[in-house]
Design a protein around this ligand. Structure first.
Ligand code: ZN
Ligand code: FE
Length: 254
């Protein structure tokens, strides 16, 4: 049985932990900090087996060195980023599989936000640890890659089973909902979701994970075929990449 726990840290980051109760192995995804992870592991009496990094930004790797020093865990990161992520033991690339006990964690390379960004898909938990590639009702900013790369990355994620839970690395949902509503105000499902999100945040509760099914219905970056989104951009006849690129630019200036 796999168990997932998410720790809110820093301003709006989440550190996710994945634990296999059979093998007793534990993975931590994107430890921005070591201390909250150490405390949580102690409380649960879990041993840290490995760190999985999605990309090299400090708010995703800041805890690597200290966690490695304290636990001797194994550090997994994208081959593209192995020189700019601290303490990498295993450099992985698209299609690779990392094992946590008997569970295969599939590596998918998703460039766009950064060139080496990868996400970790765990079919046996219906979970995708998607770092800064996808957020609830949003997607990562193009800091290194092209819109074309990020669009291709999002499409591979969109092709996963609709019941996949997306464990994003940031709580950006409420701001993303405002942008989504500006782009597609007539989307009833989106309106309802924005209200639910506001309520959760008011209670200090997380909006992560999010179901892929819900993203397909409300995330503007997954909805480049929406007639309303296209009409608002005056791109009714454009191809998907053109719509995606225009949306990403709008969000940058939102
Ligand atoms: Zn980032
Ligand atoms: Fe980040």
């Amino acid at each position: 049985m796999l168990e997932i726990h998410s720790l809110p840290v820093l301003q709006d980051n989440y550190i996710h932990l994945l634990h296999d109760s059979v093998s007793k192995q534990t993975a931590v995804i994107d430890p921005a900090l070591a201390e909250p992870v150490v405390q949580f592991l102690e409380k649960r009496q879990w041993q840290l087996t490995m760190i999985l990094n999605t990309h090299h930004h400090y708010d995703h790797v800041g805890g690597n060195s200290e966690l490695k020093r304290q636990t001797g865990c194994h550090v997994v990161a994208s081959l593209v980023d192995q020189t700019r992520i601290p303490n990498v033991n295993q450099a992985v690339t698209d299609g690779d599989c990392v094992f946590l006990g008997d569970h295969c964690i599939h590596v998918m390379l998703t460039p766009g936000h950064t060139l080496g960004h990868c996400v970790y898909y765990v079919p046996t938990a219906s979970a995708l640890f998607c770092g800064d590639t996808v957020f609830a009702m949003g997607c990562g900013r193009l800091l290194e890659g092209s819109a074309e790369q990020l669009w291709a990355s999002l499409q591979t994620i969109m092709a996963l089973p609709k019941t996949t839970l997306l464990y994003c690395a940031h709580e950006y949902t409420q701001a993303n909902a405002r942008f989504a509503l500006q782009r597609e105000p007539g989307n009833q499902v989106l309106q309802d979701r924005a209200l639910q999100v506001a309520e959760l945040r008011q209670q200090g509760l997380p909006t992560i994970p999010t179901l892929l099914k819900d993203e397909l219905a409300t995330n503007p970056f997954f909805r480049v075929d929406s007639p309303e989104i296209r009409a608002n951009l005056q791109l009714t006849q454009a191809d998907q990449l053109t719509v995606f690129t225009a949306l990403r630019l709008c969000k940058d200036n939102f």
